[in-house]
Design a protein around this ligand. Structure first.
Ligand code: HEM
Length: 447
C-alpha cells in the first residue's frame, strides 16, 4: 500500500506495486501507456501507486477519479510541485506550473491575450503563413507528415506568437526548435542530473538557449504594441491594472510555445492519418472546405467546417496530446475514498478514459460521428472527454488550438489529397508528448 490511512478514519489505502527496481513502470509507459493503465485498472481499479523513474506516483484512472483530482475541491493538490518534478527546470514560470493566488493573477492577465477579438486577428494572420508553407510540401508515396506539420506549426508559432523572428536565420530557428524538443524530452529522463550526453543536460542547455532567444526580442516587443502574443504579453493588463514583468513574459512565452506546438502537431498528424485511411471522411471534409469558397477563412467561417470539427474531436480522443497531467498533494487528502498522504505525486490520465469501453462503444474505432448532435457520446460523463483538462488549469489555448488546427486542415484539404494504408498503426512514442516514430508517412498528391 502507499500509506496506512489514519486510524480514526474508514478510508482505504491506495493499493499498488513498484514494478522494476528504480525505473519502475517508466518503460512500460513510454512503450504503451494504454496497456499499462488497463492492466492497473484491471488489477487495482481507479487509484493505485506505481514507481516511475525512481518516484512513487499515484495513477488516477477513469472519469470520476480524474474529475475529483482536477476539480480539486479541498485544494489539496497543486500543479507546481507536480509538474515541476517533470518539467520544472525547463518550463518554470509557465502558467500551468503556478498555483493559487499567483496562478489566478497570471491567468487573469493572460486571458486578455486569448479574447475572441484577438483570436479573430490570429486566424487572419494564420492563413498566409499556412498557404506559404504548404507550397514547400512535395508530393510523394511516403511523405513524412509529422515533421512537416511540426515545421508548419513552429512557423505559425513564430509568426502569430512571436511576431516573427527578425534577424534570426533558419539555422537559429532550427536550434530553437531543437531546444524545445530537448526541454520536452527531458521530462521523462531516468537520469535526472546534468551528466554529459543525458536528456536532462540537453534540456537544461535547451532552456538557456530559449531564454537568450526570447530575451533578445523583448525590448522590441515592449517598445511597440503589435498583434502577436509576445507583444500582447508585454502590454496587457488585468482589469486591476496588473502587468507581467520581463522575466514573467519570457517564462510565459517559452511555456506557451511549448504548450501550443507539439499538441497541435500530433493532433494534425493523427487527423492526416485517419483521414488518409477513411476516404469517405476525407471527401466529406473536403466538400465542406470547397463549399466555404475561400482559402482565407475567418474564425466564423471555420465554424462551418462541421466534419473537420468531428474528426478533430475524435482524433483528440484517440491520441490525446497530453495523455497525463501531473499533480502533488500538499495536504493529506483522498481520491475516491482512498487515503493519499501529503507529498504524494499524482498522474491523472485522461488518455485512458478516452479508451474505456465503459464510456466509448468500440473505443479503438475511428468514428467521428460519436460526437455528432444525435449521439454525443462525450456527454455520457462530464469528464469522459477531457483532452484539454479540467478545473482551474483547463487549457487557456483551447479555442486557439481549434482554430489553428481547422485552418491548417482546411488548407490541406484544398491543396492536397492523401492516402494511408487502412492497416497502418502509428508507432507512437510516449517519451514526452506522443509522436509517431516513423514520421507518419502518407501518400501525398497535389490537387
Ligand atoms: C490540441 C492542442 C492542445 C491540447 C490537447 C492542450 C492540452 C492542455 C491540457 C490537458 C492542459 C491542462 C494541464 C493541467 O491541468 O495541468 C493545458 C493547459 C494549458 N495550455 Fe493547452 N493544449 C493545447 C493547445 C494549447 C495552445 C494552442 C496553447 C496556447 C496558445 C495552450 C496553452 C496552455 C496553457 C497556458 C495552459 C495552462 C493553463 C493553466 O494552468 O491555467 N495550449 N493544455
Amino acid at each position: 500500500m502507499l500509506a496506512a490511512p489514519p486510524l480514526n478514519t474508514r478510508l482505504d489505502p491506495v493499493p499498488g506495486d513498484g514494478g522494476m527496481p528504480v525505473i519502475g513502470y517508466m518503460l512500460d509507459y513510454i512503450r504503451n501507456p494504454l496497456a499499462l493503465f488497463r492492466s492497473r485498472w484491471d488489477k487495482y481499479g481507479e487509484v493505485s501507486w506505481a514507481t516511475m523513474a525512481g518516484q512513487k506516483w499515484v495513477i488516477v484512472l477513469g472519469p470520476d477519479a480524474c474529475q475529483e483530482v482536477l476539480q480539486n475541491k479541498d485544494k489539496a493538490f497543486v500543479n507546481s510541485d507536480g509538474w515541476s518534478k517533470l518539467i520544472g527546470p525547463f518550463f518554470h514560470g509557465g502558467l500551468m506550473l503556478l498555483d493559487s493566488e499567483e496562478h489566478l493573477r497570471h491567468r487573469r492577465i493572460m486571458q486578455q491575450a486569448f479574447t475572441n477579438d484577438r483570436l479573430k486577428k490570429s486566424v487572419t494572420a494564420l492563413n498566409p503563413v499556412v498557404a506559404t508553407d504548404l507550397k514547400e510540401w512535395t508530393e510523394g508515396d511516403a511523405f513524412r507528415a509529422y515533421p512537416a506539420l511540426k515545421a508548419l506549426t513552429l512557423d505559425v508559432a513564430t509568426t502569430i506568437f512571436m511576431g516573427g523572428a527578425e534577424g534570426s536565420d533558419d539555422a537559429e530557428i532550427a536550434r530553437v526548435n531543437d531546444s524545445f524538443v530537448a526541454c520536452v524530452q527531458a521530462a521523462t529522463s531516468i537520469v535526472r542530473y546534468r551528466l554529459p550526453g543525458t536528456r536532462w543536460k540537453k534540456g537544461i542547455d535547451g532552456r538557456r538557449t530559449l531564454d537568450e532567444f526570447f530575451r533578445r526580442y523583448l525590448p522590441a516587443r515592449r517598445a511597440t504594441e503589435t498583434d502577436d502574443l509576445f507583444s500582447t504579453l508585454c502590454h496587457i493588463e488585468s482589469d486591476a491594472g496588473q502587468r507581467f514583468s520581463d522575466d514573467e513574459v519570457v517564462d510565459h512565452m517559452i511555456f506557451l510555445l511549448m504548450a501550443a506546438h507539439d499538441t497541435s502537431t500530433i493532433t494534425l498528424s493523427t487527423m492526416m492519418q485517419y483521414l488518409g485511411q477513411h476516404p469517405e471522411w476525407r471527401e466529406r471534409c473536403r466538400a465542406e472546405s470547397i463549399a466555404l469558397g475561400t482559402d482565407s477563412p475567418t474564425l466564423a467561417q471555420l465554424d462551418e467546417l462541421e466534419s473537420v470539427d468531428l474528426v478533430m474531436k475524435e482524433c483528440l480522443r484517440l491520441v490525446s496530446p497530453t495523455p497525463v497531467v501531473a499533480r502533488r498533494a500538499v495536504e493529506d487528502t483522498t481520491i475516491r475514498g482512498r487515503f493519499v498522504p501529503a507529498g504524494t505525486f499524482a498522474s491523472v490520465a485522461p488518455h485512458f478514459t478516452h479508451h474505456m469501453p465503459e464510456y466509448w462503444p468500440q473505443p479503438e474505432m475511428f468514428d467521428p460521428n460519436r460526437f455528432a448532435a444525435d449521439r454525443r457520446e462525450d456527454k455520457v460523463h462530464r469528464y469522459a472527454w477531457e483532452p484539454f483538462g479540467g478545473g482551474v488549469h483547463k487549457c487557456i489555448g483551447m479555442f486557439f488550438a481549434g482554430a489553428e488546427i481547422k485552418t491548417i486542415m482546411h488548407h490541406l484539404l484544398l491543396t492536397f489529397d492523401w492516402t494511408v494504408d487502412p492497416a497502418y498503426v502509428a508507432p507512437l512514442d510516449f517519451t514526452s508528448l506522443p509522436f509517431p516514430t516513423d514520421g507518419q508517412p502518407v501518400r501525398l498528391r497535389r490537387i
